[in-house]
Design a protein around this ligand. Structure first.
Ligand code: AMP
Length: 294
C-alpha cells in the first residue's frame, strides 16, 4: 500500500460510527522527527519519517496561538481542505493533519531540493529552457486545479518547492479558493496581482494566468515586471499594464510574445493555459519530461 492510501485519516471522529470514520488518527508518536527544513510565519517544518511505512515526509508544525492571533484559522482550514484533495505531480501533496493542545501538524510531501526562490536568487535569472520547463509544468498543474474549480491566486517563487528530480511543486494553497462563482476578495502579494484584483473587482481563474505571466517574466529577468519602490507605484504599473522588457539579460522575442499574451488587462483575453502549452516558445524550450536537470 502506498503512502497516499496509507496516510489517510478522518477527523470527523468515530462518533459518526461509520467504517470510514474509524480511519487512523495520526499522533506525533507515529513519526521520527529529523532535521529542521525551514521556518515559516506560524511555525517550523521538520523532516520526518512515518515509523510504520518508513515514508519520508515534511512535518509542518503550526502554533495554534499564532494562528488565532493572526486570525488565519479559517484560511488554514480551507488550505488543508483544498490541498488534501489535489493529486498532481506538480502540486505538493498534503497527506493529512493532526493536532494537540498547542499545535497543528500538517503531514506534507517532502520536496528534497527546497525552495525555488533561493535557486532563483542564486542564479539571478533562469535560462529559457529552464523557465519554459517550469512554466509548462505549472500550466499543467493550474489546468488541473481549474478543472476542479480551484483558483490558486498566489502563484509566486516563494510558494514553489522543488522535488528530488527537479520537478516544481506548488506548495502553498493559503490563498486558494474553491469556487463556482466570480470572487471579489483582495489577496496575495501585490507584485503578482492582476489589475482586477488590485482594483477589487470580480475575478475568476484567469487571475492565475496573469500570475504565471509575472512569474515567467521574473524567471527570465530576475525581477517581477511591475516592481517599484512604493506600493502605490506598483499598483499604478499593474493597472496600466506598464510592461517593459529590459535590454539585458537577452530574452527571445518568442518568450516576450508569450508574456505579453498573458499580461493582458482584460482577463478574458489572456492566453488560455492549454494554448500556452502550444505556444512556440514552450514547444521549443520546455523539456517534454517536465523536469529540468541542471
Ligand atoms: P512555510 O512555513 O511553508 O513557509 O515553510 C518554511 C520553510 O520550510 C520553507 O521556506 C522551506 O524551506 C521549508 N519547507 C516547507 N515545506 C517543505 C517541504 N514540503 N519540503 C521541504 N521543505 C519544506
Amino acid at each position: 500500500m502506498g503512502v497516499a492510501t496509507e496516510m489517510q485519516q478522518d477527523h470527523k471522529g468515530s462518533s459518526e460510527g461509520s467504517a470510514a470514520a474509524e480511519k487512523k488518527r495520526w499522533t506525533l508518536n507515529d513519526f521520527d522527527i529529523g532535521k529542521p527544513l525551514g521556518r515559516g510565519k506560524f511555525g517550523h517544518v521538520y523532516l520526518a519519517r512515518e515509523k510504520r511505512s518508513n515514508h519520508i515526509v515534511a512535518l509542518k508544525v503550526l502554533f495554534k496561538s499564532q494562528l488565532k492571533q493572526s486570525q488565519v484559522e479559517h484560511q488554514l482550514r480551507r488550505e488543508v481542505e483544498i490541498q488534501s484533495h489535489l493529486r498532481h505531480p506538480n502540486i505538493l501533496r498534503l497527506y493529512g493533519y493532526f493536532y494537540d493542545q498547542k499545535r497543528v501538524y500538517l503531514i506534507l510531501e517532502y520536496a528534497a531540493k527546497g525552495e525555488l526562490y533561493k535557486e532563483l536568487q542564486k542564479c539571478k535569472y533562469f535560462s529559457e529552457r529552464r523557465a519554459a520547463t517550469y512554466i509548462a509544468s505549472l500550466a499543467r498543474a493550474l489546468i488541473y486545479c481549474h478543472g476542479k474549480h480551484v483558483i490558486h491566486r498566489d502563484i509566486k517563487p516563494e510558494n514553489l518547492l522543488v522535488g528530488a528530480q527537479g520537478e516544481l511543486k506548488i506548495a502553498d494553497f493559503g490563498w486558494s479558493v474553491h469556487t463556482f462563482n466570480r470572487r471579489r476578495t483582495m489577496c496575495g502579494t501585490l507584485d503578482y496581482l492582476p489589475p482586477e484584483m488590485v482594483e477589487s473587482v470580480e475575478h475568476d481563474a484567469n487571475v492565475d494566468i496573469w500570475s504565471l505571466g509575472v512569474l515567467c517574466y521574473e524567471f527570465l529577468y530576475g525581477m517581477p515586471p511591475f516592481e517599484a519602490k512604493e506600493h502605490s507605484d506598483t499598483y499604478k504599473r499593474i493597472v496600466q499594464v506598464d510592461l517593459k522588457f529590459p535590454a539585458k539579460p537577452i530574452v527571445s522575442s518568442a518568450a516576450k510574445d508569450l508574456i505579453s499574451q498573458m499580461l493582458v488587462r482584460d482577463s478574458s483575453q489572456r492566453l488560455p493555459l492549454h494554448k500556452l502549452l502550444e505556444h512556440p516558445w514552450i514547444v521549443q524550450n520546455a523539456e517534454p519530461s517536465g523536469v529540468y536537470r541542471s
